[in-house]
Design a protein around this ligand. Structure first.
Ligand code: FE2
Length: 155
């Protein structure tokens, strides 16, 4: 049986289809989330990975409906799509609810205080800093700032 991670990566790739840029972004965020997770003892691996893989899943719907990929629109459009995917993958309700909450706030730090949220937020932040989508940001986890300061931001 494939892991939750592999199954959701498969679904994410299928959903984004030929949008290689979004696929690569999600994969890189997932990689960093997995690394930051090592430092965050209270985080849940499946929640962190599922949320990292699916965090931007609403971006196409945001662009289609509002003509904008702005965070606030993704936060609205992402959760129902993620929920449908995770429901079809028969993932537990508790995990599904938490992942949807994280997606609904992934551009809005300070609302959710859970470690799972912080890991995903920091992983996205590192990738957005590397890509110069953001010039600066404040990390929410020690692991995130540690990994960022280890000279990983080399792009
Ligand atoms: Fe992202």
């Amino acid at each position: 049986m494939e892991s939750i991670k592999d199954r959701l990566i498969g679904r994410m790739k299928q959903y984004f289809s030929d949008d290689k840029k979004r696929i690569q972004h999600a994969l890189r965020v997932t990689e960093y989330a997995e690394r930051i997770f090592q430092y965050e003892k209270n985080a849940d691996r499946d929640v962190v990975l599922a949320a990292a893989i699916l965090h931007d899943i609403g971006i196409h719907e945001a662009e289609r409906k509002y003509g904008s990929s702005q965070g606030k629109y993704q936060e609205i459009e992402g959760p129902p799509i993620a929920r449908k995917i995770m429901f079809e993958e028969e993932l537990p309700d508790k995990l599904v609810d938490e992942v949807c909450q994280i997606i609904a706030h992934h551009h809005t730090p300070g609302v959710l205080n859970a470690d799972n949220f912080k890991v995903v937020y920091d992983a996205d932040l590192i990738v957005n800093l590397e890509d110069r989508e953001l010039k600066k940001g404040r990390f929410l986890t020690e692991g995130g700032s540690k990994i960022a300061s280890e000279g990983q931001l080399t792009k």
